[in-house]
Design a protein around this ligand. Structure first.
Ligand code: PRP
Ligand code: URA
Length: 209
């Protein structure tokens, strides 16, 4: 079974509180999401494998560590996942970026896929799917389906706010993946929004409402 971890570092909690406030404007929201994503990348990459490498310092030869792992692919679920990409690339600049376009039907809450563009050889890569919100879990489940269909084997899902309903659904559908959230919130309301949450992440990031 993959793990579910809440990354509740004080800096992450503090910054998440800033963006939850309804009077946090688009510019600050975007900036702080970016900062939280960088902090989360630090934690999410904690188990990256290392290998020995011989180097020469000004004092002589020594054997030290370097990353040995597969190449990382950051996969934002459009639109809102885009807000987390740069923050992760700050720490893992060599990562590739794949995109999955998905929107949730406001009536049925069912996700619809409209775009997928991935680098090749997903089986050899560590995939970090990013989306600020894990609500019913429908979008996340469909995104993992899309990556597995294309050969991905190592998948982590990284979100800011998760609802218990979404975590349960994603773990049931894909027990092998790791899930990281900055917060596990209380519940979903009747419209499928996370409470207390932060509202519509895409609209708040892009100023569309
Ligand atoms: C939001 C969010 C997730 C999805 C979560 O996207 O960014 O992708 O909803 O909901 P779920 O867990 O119930 O599937 P939305 O569909 O609003 O699209 P947007 O990012 O384009 O605004
Ligand atoms: N999508 C969002 O953007 N916010 C929610 O609370 C739920 C789904």
């Amino acid at each position: 079974m993959g793990k579910f971890e809440v990354l509740d570092h004080p800096l992450i909690q503090h910054k998440l509180t800033i963006i939850r406030k309804k009077d946090c404007g688009t510019r600050e929201f975007r900036q702080v999401v970016d900062e939280i994503a960088t902090l989360m990348a630090y934690e999410v990459s904690r188990d990256m494998p290392l290998e020995d490498v011989e180097i020469e310092t000004p004092m002589g030869k020594t054997v030290k560590k370097r990353l040995a792992g597969k190449k990382v692919v950051v996969v934002p679920i459009l639109r809102a996942g885009l807000g987390m990409v740069e923050g992760i690339l700050n720490l893992i600049p060599a990562a590739k970026v794949g995109h999955i376009g998905m929107y949730r039907d406001e009536e049925t809450l069912q996700p619809h896929e409209y775009f997928v563009k991935m680098p090749g050889d997903l089986g050899d890569r560590d995939m970090f799917i990013v989306d600020p919100m894990l609500a019913t879990g429908g979008s996340a489940i469909m995104a993992v389906d899309a990556l597995k269909k294309r050969g991905a084997k190592s998948i982590k899902f990284v979100c800011l706010v998760a609802a218990p309903e979404g975590v349960k659904a994603l773990r049931e559908a894909h027990p092998d993946i790791d899930i990281f959230a900055a917060s596990l919130d209380d519940h979903l309301n009747e419209d499928g929004y996370i409470v207390p949450g932060l509202g519509d992440a895409g609209d708040r990031l892009f100023g569309t409402k």
